[in-house]
Design a protein around this ligand. Structure first.
Ligand SMILES: C[S@@+](CC[C@H](N)C(=O)[O-])C[C@H]1O[C@@H](n2cnc3c(N)ncnc32)[C@H](O)[C@@H]1O
Length: 272
């Protein structure tokens, strides 16, 4: 693995002294788009919670299962909000393996995530990236590139994977999802994952305290609080469960006897 310091493509506004949750997450997944300040935060977090890389892999594995579920349900357009720095198994790769023409729109507020997404999507007519803060749904759904790519009168698969835990209660995450609900057509789905301290309490809280010193504090929410984010959506079986337990591909993948170790909830809801 090689790590980049001030790569040519990195947008000028990046502050190399401040960690970014997009780049920290890239480090957990073994990626190369992170800087020393990101690696320091990630390594301190991993010391507190050695399972973190495993949890992030379980998060990505849920993303893959959820996209395949949505494809099987007939969804043919996707909106991935808080999409992150592209890594192995991106949404457009999964979707286009099944339907090369199905539009995929990535959204992130992080300049590195957006720049790298732009670079890998160059020349791809079915996938695009929009730089936007999800806390401003009006700006997001008014974005010309999003509106050109998606037909909002038709069902859309919305993904909010490992992002809403960066939205504090003061920014009303349930209200943000509620406004999103109003923008999407019946038959759409919302798939999300969210960090929690319901399982591995002491370690998850310690990681939460560490992130509290970063520019993007982590809000750990209980199962009831995560369920409340799905207000108006009908839960898809098996409901809101620890990451590996949502429709695992095999018994072994479900980690059924130790699922709470994964400190993250996953769920999919249908917009009726
Ligand atoms: C932990 S990463 C998850 C990436 C990807 N969804 C996944 O699960 O593999 C969280 C991403 O959410 C983005 N993010 C955080 N707050 C955001 C906001 N308010 N608006 C848009 N993106 C945001 C971060 O920049 C980061 O890329």
């Amino acid at each position: 693995m090689h790590w980049l310091e001030r790569p040519d493509w990195a947008p000028g506004e990046i502050d190399l002294e401040r960690p970014s949750v997009a780049r920290v997450y890239d480090y957990y997944l073994g990626g190369s788009h992170n800087f020393a300040v990101d690696r320091q935060l990630a390594q301190r977090a991993i010391r507190l919670m050695p399972d973190l890389p495993l949890i992030m892999q379980a998060n990505r594995a849920f993303l893959r299962r959820a996209v395949r579920f949505l494809l099987a349900a007939g969804v043919r357009q996707f909106l991935d909000i808080g999409s992150g720095i592209p890594t192995v198994g991106n949404v457009h790769e999964i979707v286009h393996a099944s339907d090369p023409d199905a539009p995929v729109v990535y959204v992130d507020s992080d300049p590195v995530a957006v720049a790298h997404s732009r670079a890998i999507l160059e020349g791809n007519r079915s996938a695009t990236v929009v730089q936007c803060d999800l806390r401003d749904p009006r700006a997001l759904f008014g974005d010309p590139a999003l509106r050109a790519a998606l037909d909002l009168s038709q069902p859309v698969g919305v993904l909010m994977i490992a992002v809403l835990h960066f939205v504090p209660d003061s920014d009303d995450p349930a209200g943000v999802v509620g406004r999103l609900y109003d923008e999407i057509a019946p038959g759409s789905y919302l798939a999300l994952t969210h960090a929690t301290a319901d399982g591995d309490q002491a370690n998850a809280r310690a990681v939460g305290e560490l992130y509290a010193q970063s520019p993007s504090p982590l809000v750990l929410r209980s199962r009831a609080e995560v369920s409340a984010l799905f207000k108006g959506f009908s839960p898809i079986d098996p409901g809101i469960v620890f990451l590996p337990v949502w429709r695992p591909e095999s018994e072994r993948d479900s980690h059924a006897h130790e699922a709470e170790r994964f400190s993250g909830y996953a769920g999919v809801g249908l917009r009726t």
